[in-house]
Design a protein around this ligand. Sequence first.
Ligand code: H2B
Length: 97
Amino acid sequence: MPRPPRLSPDELTAALSGLPLWSGDGTGLHRSIELPGFPDAVAALVRIGFVAEELDHHPDVDLRWRTLHVTLVTHSAGGVTGLDVDLARRVDALFPG
Ligand SMILES: C[C@H](O)[C@H](O)[C@H]1CNC2=NC(N)=NC(=O)C2=N1
């Protein structure tokens, strides 16, 4: 599937202003999600995984005890695209913070 283009700096700034739980730059969007315990963190990763499969767009996730460190980047585009913004919104819908 063709990938969309990387966001411009202005587009990225606008996207991040609508994603207050996320930080980042052109190399990736980042959010950490702390759960009550390790099993909850594993379950959260599975839930994110199903959304990722639905979107055919996948996060980089570092699971540390009960915290998921999520990075979104479109690897084939070499930076952040609208697909990452879409996935960030879907993650926030699951875990509003
Ligand atoms: C064929 C399939 O669409 C691609 O391999 C997708 C799958 N998920 C992906 N996820 C992310 N984050 N970046 C990609 O470039 C990517 N490519």
